[in-house]
Design a protein around this ligand. Sequence first.
Ligand code: KG4
Ligand code: ZN
Length: 346
Amino acid sequence: MNILGIETTCDETGAALVKDGRQILSNIVASSVNLHKKYGGVVPEVAAREQVRVIVPVLKEALAKVNLSATQIDAIACAYGPGLIGSLLIGVETAKTLALVWNKPLIPVNHLIGHVYANWLEGTTDYRLQTTAVDSRQSTVDFPAVALIVSGGHTDLILMKNHGKFQFLGGTRDDAAGEAFDKVARILGLPYPGGPEIEKLARNYNFKQNKFNLPLPMAWGDNFDFSFSGIKTAVFNLSKKFSLANEDKAEIAYKFQDAVCRVLVKKTQKAASKYKVLSIIVGGGVAANSELRRRMSNFRKNGELNVFFPEKELSIDNGVMIATCAYYLPKKVPPFFLKADPSLHF
Ligand code: KG4
Ligand code: ZN
């Protein structure tokens, strides 16, 4: 079954063809990130205009890469929320149009659940198997699973009992993890998006100086919630109090990343233990962070617990995860009934 996945929730325009939910036939992503750099974050109107400009070329390229005609595409899937309304509308209306013109089923996908399903693709890294050099492409997620979604707009912990059976356990009470990376990067004078920049700068920390302390936000307590605005403010206050040299910024980047990873890993592990799950799944842009990958993968219960991350490039927004999610959750809607929903939850 070949599904065309369309993803336009924010500043990426993604179109991909995926076979049987796991095999990537084509994957094209155009990003307007460079246009937003000078503003230090995504400007919704600019992102929406770029979506209009590139959606057709991106779709054409995704289709041209595979030798498939429209008759060989079985369904059209699109992310219909959450996201920026201007951006979402472009993907949703394009998907509706294609579904009508080609007479194909239309499958709407929750963008956040799409991030989770990036772990069902071929090439997904299973850290249990990685050490034994077994081809990770053979492995699949076992249920029940705990899914940690860490993106620019969301930080959520979900219990997943089976395909489509989600129970929300907790989420951020203020800033999302990716948002905190972006804002702290901005305070330190680094470009947008901040996550990869903080990761790079943190590698320069020499561990010799130990000038700054940052709080460990909401690490304890009987809940699965997160809060990242306090640590962001702590970095802001340091930047106002001291004139930060490069070594200082590296120390702060390291300690910020360390604190965020610790809390994410701790709460995910707590949920994994409480619900006796067989797999931990991580998705969303922050899942590209190497330190988070390393630390999360260190947690295995007698080797019985698998920890999954998507390939790094599939952690960031893309059409592949939308097509994969649609394969496993094929809930069709008549095209005229589908509406973009910027604040869609689970
Ligand atoms: O999922 P995504 O592509 O878009 C949203 O749905 O929001 O996530 C983007 C977020 C940004 O906040 C970006 O800074 C963060 O993912 N990110 C990272 C890394 N790569 C991207 N955060 C930490 N470390 C990274 N390597
Ligand atoms: Zn995303």
